[in-house]
Design a protein around this ligand. Structure first.
Ligand code: H79
Length: 472
């Protein structure tokens, strides 16, 4: 008996020992399985149909509002009696302001006049279909309550309220696509520092350095922030910038692109996420890099590129971030001609405003945006959802087109009342003025190469009059 008992005890221990081993094995297996992140899908390999569906709203939109806003609006282009000649949001770099000194601007950032509803309504009134705001510019300052830093509007300023949350609500109300700019270069994050070997500190800021052993930590910081942005505000575009650093590689771009697309597959990402752009020209031909659209900055390409999506971002004066002494405003005429020129080449126009530290969009910007909106209310059909011109640029203006319709945007009205256009490859059924509510037919005469339209001798619109050709 005692022997048997002993054997039982022994076998009990042996069996339960095996059982525990088995349990441990199963547990660790399931733990490994569950804790392992899902492998990221490679979104750079999507089909043309998938891409067309994702880009559809953006291609229709044609006109968006860029907003550069941050603590650089406090110095507004001048610090300790020194004015910056160049762009205002670069003041930290241009005047080589130390981090701790620059941080003091946040204590004066109290935009009590900020009204998100008014900004979104202005974008709507201007005829803009989307809005891109600097969630974080090169200075690293964040316009939302980021959980991974205190260098944000909620934790570092007397204002203490989340800007991005307020704008999200307003954009949803007015049906404006809500989008974020996000800088890869970060002058505030401790992983990065000004290149001490650069010829001047400004250039050292422009091409900064990263401590190699802190890069992974910084990439994680960016990914955590981008996750916050996507989960909390559901942006439709992520507009990266500051990617030109030597430490930001082609592979880093692909990885970040896929990270963001995996969080929100329908999101649109500009080509500055990685190695996709070539300087201010805005795109490297070929599109073998990550990124969905090219980003010419402060310029309009001479011609469009078939099959390539692009967007020209431009300022209304000479700065992105507010500078109190920059009054070099472009005329409404120039801005509208830019919009039409860009549409005639198949691109989008992202037009900037730089609000003050009080939270106001400068009045000259408001006036111009409202005037553009007034023109678009009448002529929007010839801009939104159009395609690039089928013809070379005419001397008097630009063309845009849609299936079955050709639009002539006339900048220089013919004094003799005759507008001549190249002959379209389809039959002209009718010619009329887009601004004419009755769409009275205009007389026209055709030869083998050209069409002459007999127009009124005074231009219905001195900035741009649109003549519609119905084609069959
Ligand atoms: O966000 C806006 C700009 O701040 C950013 N992109 C747009 C959308 C931008 N990044 N770089 N640049 C613009 C051009 C930078 C030019 C520089 Fe300089 C030349 C950096 C240093 C020398 C201009 C002149 C800024 C400081 C001095």
């Amino acid at each position: 008996m005692p022997t048997k008992k002993l054997t039982n005890v022994k076998s009990f221990f042996k069996n339960s020992f095996l059982f525990v081993i088995l349990l441990c094995f199963l547990f660790s297996l399931s733990f490994t399985y569950c804790s392992k992140e899902k492998p990221l899908k490679d979104y750079t390999k999507e089909t043309k149909a998938e891409r067309d569906a994702r880009m559809a709203w953006w291609r229709e939109a044609r006109f968006g509002m860029f907003i550069h806003w941050g603590v650089y609006a406090v110095p507004a282009g001048e610090y300790k009696g020194q004015r910056v000649e160049s762009i205002g949001e670069w003041i930290q770099a241009t005047l080589n302001i130390p981090r701790e000194e620059y941080e003091q601007f946040a204590k004066q950032f109290n935009p009590v006049k900020f009204n998100a509803d008014e900004w979104a309504r202005l974008a709507k009134e201007a005829g803009m279909k989307y809005l891109v705001i600097t969630s974080k510019h090169h200075d690293g300052f964040c316009l939302w309550d980021s959980k991974v830093t205190d260098w944000d509007v909620v934790d570092a300023t007397p204002y203490g309220k989340d800007i991005l949350a307020q704008l999200k609500k307003a954009c949803d109300k007015y049906g404006i696509h809500y989008c974020f700019y996000y800088s890869i270069l970060d002058w505030h994050h401790p992983s990065q520092y000004v290149d001490p070997d650069a010829k001047n500190p400004r250039a050292g800021h422009a091409r900064n350095k990263i401590y190699p052993d802190r890069k992974a930590e910084y990439v994680k910081y960016m990914k955590d922030q981008l996750k916050e942005l996507i989960e909390n505000y559901d942006p439709d575009v992520l507009w990266f910038d500051g990617e030109w650093q030597k430490w930001w590689t082609y592979e880093d771009g692909i990885d970040l692109y896929n990270y963001v697309r995996n969080l929100k597959p329908s999101i649109i990402i500009n080509n500055r996420v990685g190695a996709g752009r070539k300087g201010m020209k805005g795109f490297t031909e070929g599109l073998e890099f990550a990124g969905d659209f090219g980003t010419p900055e402060q310029r309009i390409p001479d011609t469009g590129l078939p099959g390539v999506d692009w967007e020209s971002c431009m300022t209304m004066n000479d700065t992105w971030g507010y500078k109190y002494f920059d009054n070099n405003w472009k005329s409404t005429e120039t801005l509208l001609h830019n919009l039409i020129d860009i549409a005639s080449k198949g691109g989008n126009y992202l037009l900037n405003v730089g609000p003050t530290a009080e939270g106001l969009i400068p009045e000259p910007s408001v006036v111009r945006l409202k005037a553009m909106g007034k023109w678009l209310k009448v002529n929007g059909e010839a801009i939104y959802g159009t395609q690039a011109s089928p013809f070379e640029r005419p001397s008097w203006g630009r063309f845009t087109q849609k299936p079955g319709r050709l639009y002539a945007h006339v900048f220089d009205w013919p004094k003799d009342g005759k507008l001549v256009i190249p002959k379209p490859d389809k039959k002209i059924v009718k010619v009329s003025l887009l601004s004419d509510p009755e769409r009275k037919g205009l007389k026209f005469a055709e030869t083998a190469e050209s069409v002459t339209v007999y127009v009124p001798t005074t231009p219905p619109d001195t900035i741009a009059t649109v003549i519609v050709f119905d084609l069959k």
